[in-house]
Write a protein that binds this ligand. Structure first.
Ligand code: HEC
Ligand code: HEC
Length: 283
């Protein structure tokens, strides 16, 4: 009798612990798996949020922040987005994390600056956003206080009106590929030229030309419209994205997240290629 009571008490303690650990544990496994795939593979959040050593992302420090992007307009330090309560986002609610990702606003009301691609993340579907939040809650918390970013340009007051609801893309290859190349993987943020006004020139979407200085030299984003990839086979495009090897066998430089795209599903890859082939040819 006494034993049964004891077991009961243990059980309710376990249930209480589960509740305290956050709602993620109660999420359905398909949502968590979708979140893992988005964060680790197609959105490659760790390409910015995981600190780097000489051979790339430092193992065991996933999403712990501190990687610094030094450019004339800013010295941006990627935040710790693990659930550490002191130095990460462990104290934020699901809704606060979701708002940070899709609208670029922190719980204290401050704006998240570039190059966090908020303009793209504003179009993440409700379900994908929920999946990312659920997954972020389950990654190991890492204690790592990161420096504040310095912005030498004025940040906008916001990235637009509040985003209330975004539907999943239409169920066809080109629409799914467009969603992947835009809101999820932000391929088009790097691969679209900058206009004179300092904004992406969307009339030339995918035409390339932006420069990315790195340790190995300056990489120039290539033309992904049929002007650039028209002669490439699907397999050659997939190899470039997954392994960083160009059609002529040469090695592509960072900052593309080849290590993450290596695990992209075949279906996503074929959707992406269908979309790239649908782009208007642009110089
Ligand atoms: C191109 C680089 C880049 C990518 C990709 C990126 N981020 Fe960020 N993110 C940043 C930077 C830089 C900051 C800090 C900006 C600042 O200091 O205002 C940031 C800030 C954040 C914050 C605010 C955290 C805090 O404590 O203030 C969250 C949450 C976040 N990112 C989540 C994500 C998620 C989730 C993904 C993937 C879906 C992602 N980021 C992809 C660069 C990036
Ligand atoms: C952070 C910026 C960035 C992002 C995001 C990015 N790319 Fe790239 N990409 C580049 C740069 C820079 C190069 C050229 C690298 C070089 O010259 O070594 C490149 C090269 C390529 C190439 C090789 C083309 C050629 O002519 O050799 C392909 C294909 C490609 N990217 C597709 C994509 C796709 C698809 C995505 C999204 C899943 C993507 N990229 C995301 C910056 C980016």
């Amino acid at each position: 009798m006494r034993e049964r009571k004891h077991v009961k008490r243990l059980l309710s303690a376990a249930v209480a612990a589960l509740c305290l650990a956050g709602p993620a544990l109660a999420q359905d496994p398909a949502l968590l798996e979708r979140g893992r795939y988005l964060v680790e593979v197609t959105a490659a959040c760790g390409n910015c949020h995981t600190p780097k050593g000489p051979t790339g992302n430092i193992p065991g420090r996933e999403l712990a922040g501190g990687f610094t992007i030094d450019a004339p307009p800013f010295r941006a330090v990627a935040s710790n987005i693990t659930p550490d309560p002191e130095t990460g986002i462990g104290r934020w609610t699901d809704a606060q994390i979701a708002r940070a990702i899709r609208e670029g606003i922190r719980p204290d009301g401050s704006l998240i600056g570039p190059p966090m691609p908020i303009a793209f993340y504003r179009h993440l579907s409700d379900r994908d956003l929920a999946a990312m939040v659920a997954y972020l809650r389950t990654v190991p918390p890492i204690r790592n206080a990161v420096e504040k970013s310095v912005y030498r340009i004025p940040l906008p007051p916001n990235y637009g009106p509040p985003v209330t609801s975004v539907a999943a893309p239409a169920d066809n290859a080109v629409a799914r590929g467009e969603y992947l190349a835009g809101p999820v993987a932000h391929c088009m943020e790097c691969h679209t030229p900058m206009g004179a006004n300092g904004h992406l020139d969307m009339t030339r979407i995918g035409a390339g030309g932006q420069q990315f200085p790195g340790p190995g030299g300056v990489a120039v984003a290539r033309n992904l419209t049929p002007t650039g990839l028209g002669q490439w086979s699907d397999a050659e495009i997939a190899r470039a994205i997954r392994t960083g090897v160009a059609r002529d066998g040469s090695r592509l430089m960072p900052p593309m997240a080849f290590y993450a795209y290596a695990n992209m599903s075949d279906r996503d890859m074929s959707d992406l290629i269908a979309y790239l082939r649908s782009l208007p040819a642009r110089q």
